[in-house]
Design a protein around this ligand. Structure first.
Ligand code: SF4
Ligand code: SF4
Length: 159
């Protein structure tokens, strides 16, 4: 069975008749990631852990309802080329409980906060705690770090 051709950016639930199984018209977006709630970072060390997450490919972090989540964009090994589950009868409980009621079908999700790169997180943490690292593009003279003391002139007594 072929999949629908409606561009995902404009399609709405309301485009489909009531009772339609939206999963039949979706590229199984919910099978292309997993998300885990993480502790809210409250200090530099916490932010540094999250920075470590973001140093990995496909890892992002979002905040929703003041809860923080690690979101990893990766495809389930059992998703088939027709976007159906290859282990439907034994799929995990979390997959069974997920419904189309509030899923990402419409592609218009917006998070309170979303960090895709370590630099974005650094910028956010710097705003909270002040700059963590010296900008490598700023010369030592311009940086906040103490400048290297200049040498005292060598005295010469004409000996
Ligand atoms: S639950 Fe939503 S995101 Fe997942 S396959 Fe169905 S319509 Fe797509
Ligand atoms: S087990 Fe099946 S339903 Fe669950 S994420 Fe994988 S393909 Fe999707």
């Amino acid at each position: 069975m072929s999949r629908p051709s409606l561009p995902t950016s404009i399609r709405r639930r309301s485009d489909y008749p009531e009772g339609t199984n939206l999963c039949d018209h979706c590229t199984a977006k919910c099978c292309h990631y997993f998300a885990l709630q993480i502790d809210e970072p409250v200090n530099r060390r916490d932010f540094d852990y999250i920075r470590w997450y973001l140093l990995h490919e496909h890892a992002t972090v979002f905040v929703e309802d003041q809860s923080w989540y690690l979101l990893v964009h990766t495809t389930c090994k059992h998703l088939q080329s027709d976007y159906r589950c290859g282990i439907y009868e034994t799929r995990p409980q979390i997959c069974r409980e997920y419904t189309t009621d509030d899923c990402e079908f419409e592609d218009d999700w917006c998070y309170e906060k979303y960090f895709e790169t370590p630099e974005q997180l650094d910028e956010y943490a710097d705003a909270l705690f002040g700059r963590q690292f010296v900008d490598p593009n700023v010369s030592e003279r311009q940086s906040l770090r103490s400048q290297r003391p200049t040498s005292l002139p060598i005295a010469s007594f004409g000996l």
